[in-house]
Design a protein around this ligand. Structure first.
Ligand SMILES: Cc1cc2nc3c(=O)[nH]c(=O)nc-3n(C[C@H](O)[C@H](O)[C@H](O)COP(=O)(O)OP(=O)(O)OC[C@H]3O[C@@H](n4cnc5c(N)ncnc54)[C@H](O)[C@@H]3O)c2cc1C
Length: 374
């Protein structure tokens, strides 16, 4: 039962956002910065965000050589360049908004391990550099000397390509700082608020929220922004995306660890970074695509043990012990372009961030704001 006071002051909001991940929070930040008088309410189904934003690897990255080449093949040069730019500008927005210290920003570089089957990609370094030179000057270069420095196994045909401006963030700190920031702008975050469905009337959107204690409550909003990423099909079944589980582990601290930075392997299907003197390693969705196209957060033991073997092979002289393992859920589609669009008079969708939502999110928030203010 709703009280008079609740009905009068707490059930209606100017803008409702479904999903308290990095995109929902970034959209709230952009909207609140530009419209200080708006009431903005985020509905997040879990006490902590429960998707990808607090469970990722923390690469602040724009695209490795083979990823950009694959994007060029699928989407053409101009769209591929635009995507790299969106990631780059998105990261600048988040850094300026929150400050580097608050997000644990570390300008360690990114590297891609190029193996025999990828060797032809090396011939395209100059053309990719030319494509992004106006915002990422001298982006890619060969960096084979790092194999020995990092203790990485180098097979006869292996090379390392360096991505100059790639960096790392501390995912937990970033999300904490972003939450604090939007709260400071007056945004409300309702957690434990699972949106079951929403319907539009001529004037507004009605949002049915499931609450563990009280049952269902219907909120209303003038505008709704759906930022539920991989879980969007539960609300909007026709959205062109599918879920992908990402699994990682982090090791216990390793004495004398020399590996520093981000390493992309096999078109980004494997990813390794240091977190201080620990290693965080993850990926291998391509090891079992069918099982990994899921919104289930359970770990796949086969993939976890494959990841361990893979890391032993990659860094043969480093002994490590796994400390913690977890999974998160991403959203993918035929191309890597996010879906950011108005789908009806009162509803905007901002989903499908793939494996690059950290860098993208700042700019996605700005695009949502522009669409909403149009
Ligand atoms: C293991 C792993 C490693 C990754 N590594 C990186 C990386 O290094 N760099 C990078 O840039 N990206 C990485 N990513 C991807 C990145 O984390 C995502 O692109 C990004 O977090 C997407 O943000 P989001 O806000 O769109 O989605 P999410 O973080 O998934 O947020 C969606 C939110 O919506 C909520 N929600 C869903 N449905 C409802 C509902 N019906 N009602 C209320 N709330 C709802 C969910 O609980 C969730 O909190 C990784 C992801 C994973 C899983």
């Amino acid at each position: 039962m709703i009280s008079f006071w609740e009905r009068e002051s707490l059930l209606h909001t100017d803008v409702a956002i479904i999903g308290g991940g990095i995109v929902g929070l970034s959209a709230a930040a952009s909207l609140a910065e530009s419209n200080p008088n708006f009431n903005i309410t985020i509905f997040e189904r879990s006490i902590l965000p429960y998707g990808a934003s607090t469970r990722n690897a923390g690469f602040a990255c724009f695209g490795s050589l083979t990823e950009v080449l694959s994007d060029i093949e699928i989407m053409g040069e101009s769209a591929a360049r635009e995507l790299v730019f969106q990631r780059w500008i998105g990261l600048q927005i988040t850094r300026q908004r929150l400050g580097d210290a608050a997000i644990g920003f570390e300008p360690n570089e990114g590297f891609e391990l190029i193996r025999e089957k990828e060797l032809p990609a090396l011939e395209q370094i100059d053309s990719v550099n030319a494509l992004v030179s106006d915002f990422l000057p001298e982006y890619l270069s060969i960096a084979d000397s790092r194999f020995a420095e990092f203790g990485l196994r180098q097979n006869a045909s292996d090379h390392l390509v360096r991505m100059a401006d790639e960096a790392q963030v501390n995912t937990g700190k970033l999300m904490h700082a972003l939450e604090k920031y939007v709260l400071s702008l007056g945004v409300q975050i309702r957690t434990g608020a699972f949106v079951k469905q929403f319907t539009e009337t001529d004037q507004k959107v009605l949002i049915e929220v499931e609450d563990q204690t009280r049952g269902n409550i219907t909120f209303s909003a003038n505008q709704l922004v759906v930022c539920s990423n991989a879980f969007t099909n539960q609300l909007l079944p026709k959205t062109d995306l599918y879920p992908g589980r990402g699994q990682v582990f982090i090791t216990k601290p390793i004495d004398g660890l020399n590996f520093k930075g981000n390493l992309h392997i096999d078109e980004g299907f494997y990813y390794l970074r240091n977190v201080g003197n620990r290693l965080l390693f993850g990926g291998a969705r391509n090891f079992d695509f069918e099982k990994e196209n899921t919104t289930d957060f359970a770990l796949n033991d086969q993939i976890q043990s494959h990841l361990e073997d893979y890391l032993h092979d990659l860094l043969p002289d480093i002994s490590f012990e796994v400390d913690q393992r977890w999974a998160g859920i991403m959203a993918f589609g035929k191309t890597k372009q996010p879906i950011v669009e108005r789908i009806s008079a009162h509803t905007i969708v901002a989903v499908k961030m793939g494996g690059m939502g950290i860098a993208l999110a700042g700019n996605i928030g700005e695009i949502v704001k522009e669409i909403l203010e149009e």
